[in-house]
Design a protein around this ligand. Structure first.
Ligand code: SF4
Length: 446
């Protein structure tokens, strides 16, 4: 039988990356081999994102490039998935007549059937329903970039309706997977050699909350911690209002739970937070950070900040800078506010000018650069546990792994170290990675 090839492009967040991993895995079972060569592919999928304007524009550009390809090769199947597909649906099919299939965020599990339908009927297909959504979440997949770590979706959707965010509209309302399904999936991954799992969801802290009597996130963490072979657990994303003391207290109690958390603050101004509908104050946020650092002094904290939200004054912006100075994040994703169709903030008429947004973003990024470098510098001379993920991208003689605090470390070592937890002394630190030297390659014997 002739080999079938899949070319898959992903835009957006970790949830989208994991959705793509699941698509690739499902299609592998249907005989498709992944390829980076778009010209070789018989099936081309773009997994889109519309959470941020930049990702949306990139998806449109990628889509535009495929038009010519389809003209030259009419037999290829082109599919568009992800949030943008969910949001635009039929409009996207109309806008891009060379696209064969538009499918939403809850329909990944239907991909093989949809492709078969197109192959047998030659018809185009639109599938953006929110039915049976949890079925699309449980396909065990290794991370595309690592043989030892994997993402596991534990819930999807969101009930928070922050004023700037399209997630509740394109990913639906909060829906948690059954605890036993998640445990089975993590066990399967552990049996395949996975040592680290990242539990994913738009707001993992509210796992199980929408179902009466359902175990909550702290129970899930404890249960995953008991699975043989799993050495490290991470999770993302956390909403500060839902990060309970119970969860905070688990950091020193569960050995496998890594000392790092992504806790998006978005703004340091209470006025802006209220208009964003975040439902916490800057002091609430600082209290959570203090709570985390009390039980886990070296915890790495990363965050998201949006500058130039409608109505953000210079004084509001200064409060964000003040909060950054107080917290000193290990890392930060910062963005200029961009209007997202259908969200509440679109109706606000006190928009911030583009040049002001750009200047504020530069200020945030330059301060964060200073903080990240300072934080990384504190690790120089220390010995860290590193889970080795693979060969370093920078030098073939080096391997690359991560500290428990999720910092990338490159050091000299062979392929035999991949998948092992070793210790390395940090010798030099940079903005995006650390340099180390191997101390012990068999941690249990050190
Ligand atoms: S918590 Fe707010 S920002 Fe996060 S996904 Fe839900 S609506 Fe969007």
């Amino acid at each position: 039988m002739k080999q079938k090839y899949l070319h898959l492009t992903t835009f957006g967040c970790q949830m989208n990356v994991h959705d793509s991993e699941q698509m690739a895995e499902l299609l592998k079972r249907s005989g498709y081999e992944a390829t980076n060569d778009v010209k070789k592919a018989g099936l081309i999928i773009i997994n889109t994102c519309c959470i941020r304007e930049k990702a949306e524009q990139k998806a449109y550009s990628a889509l535009g490039r495929l038009k010519k390809l389809k003209l030259n090769k009419p037999d290829i199947i082109i599919g568009i998935g992800g949030c943008l597909a969910q949001q635009l649906g039929a409009k996207l099919l109309k806008k891009a007549p060379y696209v064969d299939m538009v499918f939403g965020t809850h329909n990944i599990h239907l991909l093989p059937e949809m492709i078969e339908y197109i192959e047998t009927t030659g018809s185009r297909i639109l599938e953006t329903g929110f039915h049976e959504s949890v079925r699309s979440l449980g396909i065990p997949t290794l991370s595309l970039n690592s043989r030892v770590s994997a993402y596991v979706t534990v819930m999807q959707g969101c009930n928070n309706f922050c004023a700037y965010c399209v997630v509740p509209y394109v990913r639906g309302r909060e829906e948690s997977r059954e605890l036993t399904d998640i445990i089975n999936e993590v066990t399967t991954l552990a049996d395949q050699g996975v040592k680290e799992v990242t539990l994913l969801g738009q707001n993992v802290n509210s796992y199980g909350k929408t179902i009466s009597g359902h175990p909550g996130f702290s129970v899930l963490l404890k249960e995953v911690g008991k699975i043989k072979g799993i050495e490290r657990i991470r999770f993302m994303t956390s909403h500060p209002k839902d990060l309970s003391d119970d969860i905070i207290r688990l950091f020193p109690q569960i050995d496998e739970l890594c000392e790092c958390i992504h806790l998006p603050v978005q703004s340091g101004s209470d006025h802006v937070l209220k208009r964003m509908k975040r439902r916490y104050t800057s002091q609430d946020y600082l209290d959570k950070v203090a709570g985390l650092r009390e039980v886990c002094p070296d915890i790495s904290i990363t965050s998201d900040i949006i500058v130039g939200f409608p109505g953000e004054t210079e004084d509001d912006f200064k409060k964000t800078i003040d909060l950054m100075e107080k917290v000193r994040f290990d890392g930060l994703f910062s963005f200029k506010y961009s209007e997202r169709e259908g969200t509440e903030a679109v109706k606000f008429d006190d928009k911030v000018k583009e040049d002001v947004k750009k200047r504020r973003l530069r200020e945030v990024q330059s301060l964060q650069k200073k903080h990240t470098l300072e934080k990384n510098k504190t690790l120089e001379g220390k010995t860290e546990y590193i889970l080795v993920e693979g060969i370093s991208k920078k030098c073939r003689d080096d391997v690359m792994g991560r500290t428990r605090s999720n910092k990338i470390v490159n050091f000299m070592g062979g392929v035999n170290l991949i998948g092992k937890t070793v210790t390395a002394r940090i010798t030099k630190t940079y903005l995006h990675s650390l340099r180390g030297e191997l101390v012990c390659k068999e941690v249990e014997k050190c």
